[in-house]
Ligand binder design. Sequence first.
Ligand code: CU
Length: 104
Amino acid sequence: MKIHVLFAVTLLVASGHALSETFEVGQQNKEFTAKALDIKVGDTVKFTNNDPFFHNVFSLSDAAMFDLGSYPKGESKEVKFEQAGEVQVECAIHPNMQMTITVK
Ligand SMILES: [Cu+2]
């Protein structure tokens, strides 16, 4: 009996995990490689710096407030989006760098 319950819980966790995806957004030529991205609650976005200088990634949006700091070429950082809404993503070093992530 106990074994059956454990097995069911494991299956639920495994299937829930398989449904969430990771998207990659680069930073190249002082632009985000996607201007707009639609994702689901629970998805992750990986921001990779492809430029030979530092970029930052931050958001002041209610749906996801974060500041990943500044990091050099080849490094990436991830954000998991837990709440539905529109998220404006910016770079503190280059004010023209902006993108919108819509979390549904
Ligand atoms: Cu930048």
